[in-house]
Ligand binder design. Structure first.
Ligand code: GDD
Length: 409
């Protein structure tokens, strides 16, 4: 049997995702109309002999309850949310729930970060892992040398694919091959995490409490039961014939900011063409709006047939789109209202927000820049004919004058 664990982090981890993480935990933010965590979960369907899926995090349990029960019955595989009492780090969190994860005595454990967007080639990774032997296989990808330092950089043997060297977010360039945050391990991983925890404890016992705290602060190592998968496990195990790499040639992105969620929404919509074409809207301009490219429209949304939507648009539940509206590259969240002839491009429109007639809400479409797209938080009102360009508007604001390159607090 195989189990999958998805690390969903907690509220303190989502700060770069503000203002969209104010009322929805980041893992439940919709990409292509489905919660972020839904994409790795549905990828798990293709794992042979999958017994259970666990989500581990320190968000409130009730925030995940509804989603977890509906996805369990949809997939007919138990999906459980396990809440840590405090952050234990990416490996510490896994170890904290060891007994539950090992309940079905799985031969392999998939471990996925929830904030990555890719095609999750999980069966292929498992096959490769079985061929390599060893304790774990990491999904890796080549990125540009300039962006590599945002991730774990690694060196792998070109023939055996063994992980030879691993450095987390190095200051000087090591390699353009990076860690995608998707792993498969044998249960031996628990022993390794246990040993690292014991080392942390021994180190703590060597020092008096206050000097341990000083050391901990100086080396930025949190408490003893906090174990990071990358620095504490992957780095020391590299070059010991324990870890191997599987390189993806497909798409891969990390989702730390709202702008990246818009980009990843496009990637998942494009993937729907192959794996869930039924989720894509088709328009005719008569009874339904005109649809351009990949678009998701929730069945409860009301879109006027004279509106023109797409490409890369996703429209959530109970949204109302009036006549003559044009939407390009945007996410419109639940209960928002867009009135006649408004225009939205490279933007995220928050829950219950409303755009007046002929309003324009747009960004330039630079996903790497903080103000590269426009974001309206929850319940923002943009009055008639007001233009909002490259701005972030916090919840509950009313905009009656046009703004550009501003953060409206
Ligand atoms: N449950 C739980 N508890 N989850 C956690 C905790 C924790 O204490 N800390 C982090 N996570 C989750 C995050 O939500 C995320 O899904 C994953 O673990 C990794 O988060 P970080 O440890 O903050 O690392 P990162 O996202 O900056 O970088 C990691 O992922 C990159 C790929 O996206 C590293 O492994 C990089 O090397 C890698 O390139």
């Amino acid at each position: 049997k195989v189990v999958a664990v998805i690390m969903v982090g907690g509220p303190t981890k989502g700060t770069r995702f503000r203002p969209l993480s104010f009322n929805t935990p980041k893992p439940l933010f919709p990409l292509a109309g489905q919660p972020m965590v839904h994409h790795p979960i549905s990828a798990c369907k293709s794992i042979p002999n999958l017994a259970q899926i666990f989500l581990i995090g320190f968000h409130e349990e009730r925030e995940f309850a509804l989603y977890v029960s509906s996805i369990s019955s949809e997939l007919k595989i138990p999906v459980r949310y396990l809440k840590e009492d405090k952050p234990h780090g990416s490996a510490g969190g896994l170890h904290y729930f060891k007994d539950l994860i090992m309940e079905d005595t799985p031969s392999h454990i998939f471990l996925l970060n929830c904030d990555v967007c890719c095609s999750f080639p999980l069966p292929e990774m498992l096959d490769a892992h079985r061929r390599y032997g060893g304790m774990g296989t990491l999904l890796v990808i080549k990125v540009s040398a300039e962006s590599a330092s945002e991730f774990g950089e690694l060196v792998a043997d070109s023939v055996t694919k063994e992980l030879l060297h691993y450095t987390e977010k190095p200051e000087t360039f090591v390699s353009d091959l990076i860690n995608c945050g998707v792993y498969v391990f044998t249960p031996e991983i628990f022993k390794v995490i246990h040993d690292i925890r014991t080392q942390h404890e021994d180190r703590a016992n060597l020092h008096t409490l206050s000097s341990y705290d000083a050391l901990r602060l100086a080396t930025k190592t949190p408490t003893k039961d906090f174990v990071r998968l990358d620095q504490d496990i992957l780095s020391p195990l590299a070059g010991k014939k324990q870890l191997y790499t599987y390189e993806t040639m497909d798409f891969w992105e990390q989702i730390k900011t709202p702008a990246m969620s818009l980009k990843c929404s496009a990637l998942y919509l494009a993937q729907f063409r192959f794996n869930s074409p039924g989720l894509l809207a088709c328009g005719d301009g008569i009874k339904n709006p005109t649809v351009v490219g990949d678009v998701y429209i929730h069945p409860s949304a009301k879109v006027h047939p004279t509106a023109k939507i797409g490409p890369n648009v996703s429209i959530s539940a109970n949204v109302r789109i009036a006549a003559g509206v044009r939407l390009i590259s945007c996410i419109i969240l639940d209960d928002a209202e867009i009135q006649e002839n408004a225009f939205v491009m490279y933007a995220i429109v928050g829950w219950k927000s409303s755009l007046g007639k002929w309003a324009r809400v747009q960004g330039e479409g630079d996903y790497k820049r903080k103000l590269g797209i426009t974001i309206l938080g929850e319940a923002v009102t943009v009055e008639d004919e007001v233009v909002v360009v490259n701005s972030i508007v916090l919840p509950n604001k009313v905009l009656n004058i046009s703004v550009q390159e501003e953060i409206i607090l």
